[in-house]
Design a protein around this ligand. Structure first.
Ligand code: APR
Length: 174
């Protein structure tokens, strides 16, 4: 199932939540700040040991104080309007679904819910509409190429009304 809701990604009980991370996987502002605040200082300590990443990379961590099973830290691109930006953003979605699927198999789970924020559309400045199009199009591509990933329920959690309207429209057309 692919759906969208408006709200705070840290306020609901998803199996896995995606953090819009920076390349150092360090505590930041935006959704990253909200996730670190709820997960607590153990997350800071865990992420301090992660190797530096680049746009498109995703690392997994325990959820610590959050009710989820794990957090996927996805490094979105800092928007400059390049093709590489779009590829890196799509890469975040590909890598998150791949890691969620691997986690599901390793833990022998029938289904798994995976919640995405609107990666890169805040501090990193990605235009909302283009980012939404990349996110929905990439999830659709993954599910047609790898039908088994349909056992992962995708929820796009929108904090801002503009994103919520865009995702509702995009999913209607899916
Ligand atoms: N729940 C869901 N979405 C949220 C929340 C929340 N609690 N708080 C913010 N958002 C939304 C923003 O409104 C935006 O739509 O998350 C989306 C991503 O915005 P940012 O959090 O600013 O992330 P991003 O644009 O990817 O920039 C990443 O910001 O916080 C730092 O450490 C982070 O350096 C990294 C950069």
């Amino acid at each position: 199932m692919i759906s969208t809701i408006k709200g705070d990604i840290t306020g609901l009980d998803f199996d896995m939540i995606v953090n819009a991370a920076n390349a150092h996987f360090a505590r930041g502002g935006g959704v990253c700040g909200a996730i670190f605040a709820k997960a607590g200082p153990e997350l800071d300590a865990f992420c301090a040991k992660l190797p530096k990443g680049k746009a498109g990379d995703v690392r997994i961590s325990p959820a610590f104080g959050l009710p989820s099973k794990a957090i996927l830290h996805a490094v979105g691109p800092i928007y400059e309007g390049t093709k590489e930006n779009a590829q890196a953003l799509a890469g975040c979605y590909w890598n998150c679904v791949a890691m969620a699927y691997q986690y599901k198999r390793e833990h022998d789970l029938e289904r798994l819910s995976l919640a995405f924020p609107c990666i890169s559309t805040g501090i990193y400045g990605y235009p909302h509409e283009a980012a939404c199009d990349i996110a929905v199009r990439t999830i659709r591509k993954i599910r047609s190429a790898f039908p088994d990933t349909k056992s992962i329920d995708i929820i796009f959690v929108c904090y801002e009304q503009i994103d919520y309207e865009l995702y509702k429209k995009a999913l209607k057309e899916l």
